[in-house]
Design a protein around this ligand. Structure first.
Ligand SMILES: *Cc1c(COP(=O)(O)O)cnc(C)c1O
Length: 460
C-alpha cells in the first residue's frame, strides 16, 4: 500500500448516487456495441468514471441550497451580484461576464481582442483555446519550457513559460502582431502542471514592456495556487486567497471554465479590468450567450458557481484533492504502470509506450489499455495518443504517432473516495499482471476529424 497523507476526506456524504455494477460478459458486449470507444459507453455501465474532471464534481449542501435561492430575474439578478462580488474578491478584476462554460468566455474574449492574422502566445493551449484561435484566423504559438514536455522531468513547475524564447519571438515579429498572451493555470494539456508565481511575474513584465495584454485561462487556478503554496519559496505562509490575488494581479483578465475548480456541473465566466474591452465583450455576450447579468446560465447556476468558487479555494479541500491525485499516481505505479511525474492537479497519466511496450503504435496502446481496464472492472478512462492525435500518411497508410502515448485517469472532485482509487489500482494491477492479454485495437471505421470521438474500432 502507498501511504496517503494523514486524515480522511474533509467532507461527509449526505446524498449517494449508485454506480453501475456489471459483469465481465456484459462489459464485453457493451464494448462491442460501443465500437471499443469509451465515449460511446452509456454511463450507467461505468463503475468508476475517470474520463474527465470537467463538470463531473459533486456540489456541496451549501451549493444546493444556493440552487434553491437562485434569483431568476432576467436582468439584475441577485445571484449575478453574488458572483460578481466573489470574482472581484478572488481575482481582483473589476468586470465580470458570466458565460455558459469556459469556451464561450474564450470565444467572446478572442472576438473582442484579436485581429485576423495576429499571434496569440502562451505556455500550452487547451484544445478549445486552439480551436478558437484558429476560428478567429489567428496563429497560436506555445512557449512551454522543455521540461514541461519531458515525462521524466521532476521540475516542480512544468507549466512554466520559456520567457526568453517568448520575448525573442515578440521582438522578431513585432509586438503589434501579437493580440494577447494566455497563461493556462494549471496547464491542462501536459497533465495539469502548475506555473510558478515567479514565471507569471516574468511573463507579465514582458507583456507590459511590449504593451501586450495578458490573460489567464483559469479553469484550474485553485489547484495552481495550492502548488505555489507548497512548492514555491516564499509562499508557504501566504493564504490561498492571497496567492490567487497576487497571481491575477499580473494580468489584465481571465477566462474560466467553472466546471473544474469552481465545483459546478455547468458554468463559466470572463473577468476583466478594462472598461473598453468589457464594453466590446458585452456586445458579443448578448449575441451569443444572453444578457449581461446571466450570460446563458440560470440564476441558480450563478449562485452555485459563486459558492463553488470559494469552496474550491479552501485549504483542506485542496490538500485532499491534490493528495488524492498523488495517491492514485503512487498506487498505479505500485500496480506496475509507468506514470508521468510529478502528478499534476487533476489527473494521472500513464505512459503507455513504457507500460504496454508489446503493442505497436498502430494498435493504439493507450486506448487498448483503457479497454482492458474497462473490461476488467468497468473503470472508464480516456486515451490520449495515436488514436486522438496521430496522423496517417495518406500514401503509405502508416501511422505517425504523436510524441506521447498516454492514458488519462482524471479524478472528478469530491466524488470518489480513496477506496475507489484502490479499486482502480487493483484493476490496473490485475490487467498488467498478464500484459500479453491486453489486446491491441484496429480501426474498422475511420472519420477524418475527431477520430477519438467518432471512429469504430475492434480488437486487433
Ligand atoms: C475545460 C477547459 C476549457 C474549456 O472549458 P469548457 O467549460 O469545457 O468549455 C478551457 N481551458 C481549460 C484549461 C480547460 O480545462
Amino acid at each position: 500500500m502507498v501511504s496517503r497523507r494523514s486524515g480522511a476526506e474533509p467532507f461527509k456524504i449526505k446524498a449517494v448516487e449508485l454506480v453501475g455494477i456489471t459483469t465481465r460478459e456484459q462489459r464485453e458486449e457493451i464494448l462491442k456495441r460501443a465500437g471499443y470507444l469509451q465515449f460511446r459507453i452509456p454511463s450507467e455501465y461505468v463503475y468508476i468514471d475517470l474520463m474527465t474532471d470537467s463538470g463531473t464534481g459533486a456540489m456541496s449542501d451549501s451549493q444546493w441550497a444556493g440552487v434553491m435561492m437562485g434569483d431568476e430575474a432576467y436582468a439584475g439578478s441577485r445571484s449575478f451580484f453574488h458572483l460578481e462580488e466573489t470574482v472581484r474578491d478572488i481575482y481582483g478584476y473589476r468586470y465580470v461576464i458570466p458565460t455558459h462554460q469556459g469556451r464561450a468566455a474564450e470565444n467572446i474574449l478572442m472576438l473582442a481582442q484579436t485581429k485576423p492574422g495576429s499571434y496569440v502566445l502562451g505556455n500550452m493551449f487547451f484544445d478549445t483555446t486552439v480551436a478558437h484561435i484558429e476560428h478567429k484566423q489567428c496563429l497560436g504559438e506555445e512557449f512551454m519550457i522543455p521540461e514541461g514536455l519531458d515525462t521524466g522531468s521532476a521540475h516542480p513547475f512544468k507549466g512554466n513559460v520559456d520567457v526568453q524564447r517568448m520575448e525573442d519571438f515578440i521582438k522578431m515579429r513585432g509586438a503589434d502582431s501579437v493580440s494577447m498572451i494566455i497563461i493556462t493555470v494549471t496547464c491542462n494539456n501536459n497533465g495539469g502542471q502548475p506555473v510558478s508565481m515567479r514565471n507569471i511575474r516574468e511573463v507579465s513584465a514582458v507583456a507590459r514592456r511590449h504593451g501586450i495584454p495578458l490573460f489567464f485561462d483559469s479553469a484550474r487556478f485553485t489547484e495552481n495556487c495550492y502548488f505555489i503554496k507548497k512548492r514555491e519559496p516564499g509562499y508557504q505562509d501566504k493564504s490561498l486567497p492571497e496567492i490567487a490575488r497576487e497571481m491575477f494581479s499580473y494580468g489584465d483578465g481571465a477566462t474560466c471554465s467553472a466546471k473544474k475548480c469552481a465545483l459546478v456541473n455547468i458554468g463559466g465566466f470572463l473577468a476583466l479590468n478594462s472598461r473598453d474591452l468589457y464594453d466590446r465583450c458585452l456586445e458579443y455576450l448578448v449575441l451569443f450567450e444572453g444578457y449581461a447579468t446571466y450570460g446563458g446560465l440560470a440564476g441558480r447556476d450563478l449562485e452555485a458557481m459563486s459558492r463553488g468558487l470559494r469552496e474550491g479555494l479552501a485549504g483542506p479541500y485542496l490538500e485532499d484533492r491534490i493528495g488524492q491525485v498523488a495517491y492514485l499516481a503512487g498506487e498505479l505505479e505500485a500496480a506496475g504502470a509507468r506514470v508521468v511525474k510529478p502528478a499534476g492537479g487533476h489527473a494521472v497519466y500513464v505512459d503507455c509506450k513504457k507500460t504496454v511496450p508489446h503493442l505497436g503504435m498502430d494498435q493504439f496502446p493507450a486506448d487498448a489499455l483503457g479497454v482492458a481496464l474497462y473490461l476488467d472492472s468497468g473503470v472508464r478512462t480516456v486515451g490520449l495518443g495515436t488514436l486522438a492525435f496521430g496522423k496517417k500518411d495518406a500514401a503509405t497508410g502508416d501511422w505517425m504517432p504523436p510524441d506521447l502515448e498516454l492514458l488519462r485517469l482524471a479524478i472528478p472532485r469530491r466524488v470518489y473516495t480513496d477506496r475507489h482509487m484502490d479499486a482502480v489500482a487493483d484493476s490496473m494491477a490485475s490487467v498488467l499482471r498478464n500484459p500479453a492479454q491486453i489486446r491491441g485495437l484496429r480501426l474498422v471505421k475511420e472519420t477524418p476529424r475527431l477520430r477519438h470521438f467518432l471512429s469504430v474500432l475492434d480488437l486487433a
